[in-house]
Design a binder for this molecule. Structure first.
Ligand code: SF4
Length: 836
């Protein structure tokens, strides 16, 4: 409704997050005056627009017999409530609307407590008092409970501020309250601060202190909340955090937002797999993951089948989005979606999600109005997303437990143990900054017209007053703390600490507060306690320490010491290259079989492009074998063979293939026209020829792309799509440049395929570079027999160290870097390049 009202004034709004940015300011306007239509003045264009939007929103609400919560008191006053005798405590900084409401409902002899000592900090409260006196209230001085620690501390705070913030308060008469302590600590990090605080809380709870006597305070609850909730769970401390978070931050909100993304982006693989495997949707088994990884489905139809077959979820409802529908029909559609996925039941597993679901239901009622209005899918989504941002839920709802609050939420309460986190400059007090939608100058202009919008000075006083009220809640121990480092930024202590005469000191020694912490400590110390995880953790920790040390590699680094009988093992050129470049790479792939599962790429992979090029060249040259007079540069032949290969290799629904096709066709056309590709006098004898045999005592097998007969003898050719010479096996200095493939072709493939013909040469041919690539003249190819002996020694000894070549070219496309933990540690292990 807000967006519709704003669009009525501003025209179509394309910006995402508009509601989130504008609605809070519009609400503060509604709160500031009973009647915005009476406001007039020489305002900026932006202020005028904002006022018009606020009025349009208000009128739209009223037309539907609704109000926004921000105007609650003003509208309630219009109903002329029956005054009653009331006692009001805890509203120490009433706003204009609250004050008007209190005045309207209070009968004679009502009492309202307001702290209004004679100090600059209370000038806004004093103005409120004056206004109440004008309305007929009587001012009665109340005696404070000066003995309580919080009351004393708050007086110290006022005195220090009255003297100026630079004055250090020196007289804290706190020690009169024996047994209680006011302390301030600094911690190295944000996390250390939270851990220590929760550990202190746990100690109190274990000593029998009721949870209701303890409170944790953070000015920025949202910054502390999520981590505190997680740590409290680890510590077994029941923590309640009642601050509001957007529905979008809940599991439900995130899942619904993902659902919209999936529909809008055409059911892409990653997003859809995430959506369907989410705990709010299904409990997918291994079968689901194996299937989707293998099939890599994209598009609604493929996913619909998978969801039906493997998850028993019928997605057909999600197809019906390309239509103009009435608002109420769209809301009914969302309800059907909720039913399809059983969201109500799934959300019931978590109290926060359950609240989120119920709040969303209420929000949808609003979205359905006006019922007869017709909307497109994009419009519905935009409004639905706004709803997810505007609706809120408590961060950690429930009953009982220690509560996390911000200072303004505890005014009037009493706590025997108060922990105030984040006592850092710019955090408490918070930095006063301009509202990007309505700056302080514009606010001042509006204030002159009677709108109760706080100025920067008032906001600063409000902040100090909340702290003053917070201090008053303490009846026992009060612990302040801050982290010297937060988000890698240094922090200074809050000036309020100085005004209280407190100097932050070293944190108290922290108790071990969770099994995880005990385990962490026990890892390094002997002594046992009952924990099934600890022996495994110690074992794993020892392995990691050994791995990182300069000690010789052990079985966790590939030195298994189990010989491999490779008599029947068949090696390919790439296996030999891997073994010779980094033995661990071969070990992880071939012996441990830890290679990644086969997945279909959404895009064309380099290997598919390679297959396409190979296939086209094979088909063209096969035609030449049939018809020797055929001109291989003939564009028509190429087009014909390309079309055949394309059908075999390229997925039918590959996006933008039609655009990329011509680039590949052109690349092949240029290669076929290159004189080096099929030199004068060369006769293509065999294409994609399989060979096998024995080579340097190893069984070998492979496939040669092409064998030409020339007047000097056979020439064996391997096509490469890249332009550079492929890396080879390491020499004795660790440089990976001894080629294994071409010697293998020359010495094993040639004699196997054509035993009676001499082999003249073997070379690579770069299709993209259009040039022959021969063996490097500088590489120590003569070391090849020794290198192959080295490979055999690895197999004989079960010795597969993590020893890539010096340039780490072996690591470039390696799937095992997470397993081998290569990195700086390898320099500590020493590297013999297999010569030991
Ligand atoms: S990432 Fe490098 S060091 Fe690790 S296994 Fe692969 S090639 Fe060897």
């Amino acid at each position: 409704m807000f967006r519709a009202a704003a669009e009525e004034v501003l025209g179509e709004i394309e910006v995402s997050g508009f509601t989130k940015a504008w609605l809070p300011t519009v609400r503060s306007l509604l709160q500031s005056s009973p009647d915005l239509s009476a406001v007039s003045g020489n305002f900026s264009a932006r202020t005028i627009r904002l006022l018009r939007v606020a009025q349009a929103f208000q009128q739209a609400l009223h037309k539907e017999k609704l109000i926004d919560l921000s105007e609650l008191y003003w509208r309630a006053i219009e109903y002329s409530p029956e005054p009653q005798k009331v006692l009001i405590y805890g509203y120490f900084q009433p706003r204009k609307d609250e004050l008007s409401w209190i005045n309207a409902i209070s009968a004679p002899d009502s009492v309202l407590f307001l702290p209004a000592p004679d100090a600059p900090l209370f000038q806004d409260v004093q103005r409120s008092v004056e206004w109440l006196v004008e309305q007929g209230w009587e001012l009665v001085e109340a005696g404070g409970k000066g003995g309580e620690i919080g009351a004393q501390l708050s007086q110290t705070f006022i005195r220090a501020r009255s003297r100026g913030s630079e004055t250090v308060a020196t007289e804290i008469a706190l020690t009169q309250n024996s047994g209680f302590a006011v302390t301030a600590h600094y911690y190295s990090t944000f996390k250390a601060e939270m851990r220590s605080t929760l550990a202190q809380v746990k100690v109190l709870l274990n000593a029998g202190t009721p949870a209701r006597d303890i409170a944790i305070i953070a000015r920025d609850e949202v910054a502390y909340g999520p981590q505190l909730i997680d740590l409290a769970w680890e510590y077994g401390v029941l923590l309640r955090a009642l601050y509001d978070t957007p529905l979008l931050s809940t599991r439900l909100g995130a899942w619904l937002s993902l659902l919209i993304e999936v529909i809008d982006t055409g059911w892409q693989f990653e997003a859809t797999a995430k959506l369907l495997s989410h705990p709010l949707c299904s409990n997918p088994d291994k079968n689901f993951w194996a299937t989707v990884r293998f099939e890599h489905p994209v598009g609604f139809q493929k996913w619909q089948k998978i969801a039906q077959d493997l998850l028993q979820i019928d997605l057909s409802l999600l197809k019906k989005i390309h239509q103009l529908e009435r608002r109420d029909s769209w809301v009914e559609w969302w309800q059907d979606v909720f039913r399809t996925f059983g969201l109500r039941k799934r959300c019931a597993r978590w109290s926060r999600e359950s609240i989120a679901f119920n709040n969303l239901q209420r929000g949808l009622v609003e979205l359905s109005k006006p019922e007869a209005e017709k909307l497109e899918w994009t419009e519905v989504c935009r409004e639905f997303r706004d709803l997810l941002q505007v609706l809120t839920v408590p961060a950690q709802p429930g009953r009982g437990g220690v509560e996390l609050h911000k200072p303004t939420s505890v005014v009037g309460a009493r706590y025997a143990h108060l922990f105030v986190l984040g006592m850092a400059e710019g955090v408490l007090p918070a930095m006063i900054s301009n509202d990007p939608v309505l700056d302080f100058f514009e606010r001042q202009q509006l204030q002159q017209q009677g709108l109760a919008l706080p100025t920067a000075a008032e906001m600063a006083r409000r902040e100090a007053l909340s702290f003053y009220a917070l201090l008053q809640t303490a009846t026992g121990n009060l612990t302040f703390s801050y982290a010297e480092l937060k988000d890698r930024q240094g922090q200074l202590p809050s000036p309020y600490l100085k005004q209280l005469g407190l100097k932050p000191g070293e944190p108290p020694e922290s108790a071990i507060a969770s099994p995880e912490e005990l385990r962490r400590v026990s890892l390094r110390h002997s002594g046992d306690y009952k924990d099934t995880v600890l022996p495994h953790a110690r074992h794993a920790f020892g392995i990691e320490q050994h791995r990182e040390s300069s000690d010789v590699p052990n079985e966790y680094d590939g030195i298994i010491g189990i010989p491999l009988d490779y008599t029947d093992w068949v090696f390919s050129a790439s296996q030999l290259r891997n073994l010779g470049q980094c033995p661990f790479k071969w070990f992880a792939d071939k012996l441990l079989k830890l290679g990644p599962p086969v997945e279909v790429d959404e895009d064309l992979s380099p290997s598919q492009i390679g297959q396409l090029y190979h296939k086209v060249l094979e088909l063209v040259l096969a035609a030449k074998q049939q018809q020797p007079e055929l001109d291989i540069t003939d564009a028509q032949i190429l087009e014909e063979k390309f079309a055949i290969a394309e059908r075999q290799i390229i997925p039918a629904d590959l996006p933008s293939w039609s655009l990329r096709r011509s680039e590949h066709l052109r690349c092949l056309k240029l290669a076929l026209a290159d004189p080096d590709f099929l030199p004068e006098g060369a006769e293509p004898l065999q294409l994609e020829a399989n060979f096998s045999g024995e080579w340097h005592g190893l069984k070998v097998r492979g496939q040669v792309d092409r064998i030409d007969r020339t007047e000097n003898g056979l020439v064996l050719i391997d096509y490469k799509t890249g332009k550079s010479r492929p890396s080879g096996i390491k020499d004795r200095n660790g440089k990976a440049w001894i080629d294994v493939q071409l010697p293998l072709y020359q010495e094993a493939a040639g004699p196997d395929l054509f035993p009676n013909e001499p082999v003249a040469n073997a070379h690579y041919y770069s299709i993209r570079g259009r040039n022959k690539i021969a063996l490097s003249s500088r590489a120590p190819q003569h070391e090849l027999p020794d290198v192959l002996d080295r490979c055999k020694a690895h197999l004989d000894q079960g010795h597969y160290p993590v020893q890539p070549d010096n340039g780490r070219s072996a690591c470039t496309y390696c799937d095992f870097d997470a397993l081998c933990r290569q990195g700086d540690r390898l320099s500590r292990k020493g590297n013999s390049n297999g010569t030991d």
